[in-house]
Design a protein around this ligand. Structure first.
Ligand SMILES: *Cc1c(COP(=O)(O)O)cnc(C)c1O
Length: 228
């Protein structure tokens, strides 16, 4: 029980120090606890330690935890790749989607967001240059996608997300931040989701407003990838 609590304290300390070093208010950096592959019982411990926002990569696994923890006030963020055949369940259950990378998926999410729910918060996943992963939209294509998403009534476009490859230099983070700043005024962006257990300091130094932290909170993940 103590472990998660202590890990959260340590992570909050790292965020506070990184923000202070960058002359930023630590309250401007939101902590998202990435609970993928970890059981609902661990998420429950994080809830008890004051965490509210949780990131998941696999839709089915996430929904099982949502059901197990219904009514506990958790906020759920999809941070893994989203195929269009899963948009309906995502639109019905999640609060945020960080991994929007096509107008088609965005349209489906908007069409399928149930009327009784608040608009779904979305981020455009950007593939910053030199990234190893094939996920995300090239920087040059982000403005057009933002314009399209902005017309969708049931989505609220909040900003950008990226996963710089391990060891990426600060220039990658700056490229993302400058794109964010360029679009911020027009779309009222307030969320730049970048930074994980190993790069949160760099990400915060370069303007991240939301860090997605798994290992430093919940420990190492099992290698086996659950069914999506
Ligand atoms: C798994 C994952 C994280 C968390 O990574 P850690 O290194 O465990 O902190 C963050 N973002 C995304 C998109 C992930 O898939």
């Amino acid at each position: 029980m103590r472990a998660i609590h202590d890990n959260l304290q340590a992570v909050r300390g790292r965020i506070a120090r990184a923000a202070a070093a960058a002359g930023r208010d630590p309250l401007d950096v939101t902590l998202l606890a990435v609970s993928k592959t970890h059981p609902a019982a661990l998420v429950e411990q994080a809830l008890a330690a004051g965490m509210r926002a949780f990131g998941e990569n696999y839709v089915q696994e996430a929904i099982e935890k949502m059901d197990a923890l219904a009514g506990r006030g958790a906020e759920w963020h999809l941070i893994g790749p989203l195929q269009s055949n899963k948009t309906k369940r995502v639109a019905a259950r999640f609060d945020w989607v960080h991994s929007v990378e096509s107008a088609k998926v965005a349209r489906r999410l908007s069409d399928q967001r149930p009327a009784g729910m608040a608009a779904l918060n979305v981020l455009i996943q950007v593939n910053v240059s030199g990234e190893a992963s094939k996920n995300g939209v090239a920087s040059g294509e982000v403005p057009l996608l933002a314009k399209e998403i902005n017309t969708l009534p049931r989505l609220k476009l909040r900003g950008l997300m990226a996963i710089p490859k391990p060891g990426a230099d600060a220039a990658r983070y700056r490229e993302l931040k400058s794109l964010f700043d360029k679009l911020k005024g027009a779309y009222r962006f307030d969320t730049l989701s970048v930074g994980m257990s190993d790069d949160m300091e760099t990400a915060i130094a370069e303007g991240s407003t939301m860090v997605r932290i798994g290992t430093a909170i919940f420990g190492l993940r099992q290698k086996i990838r659950p069914a999506a």
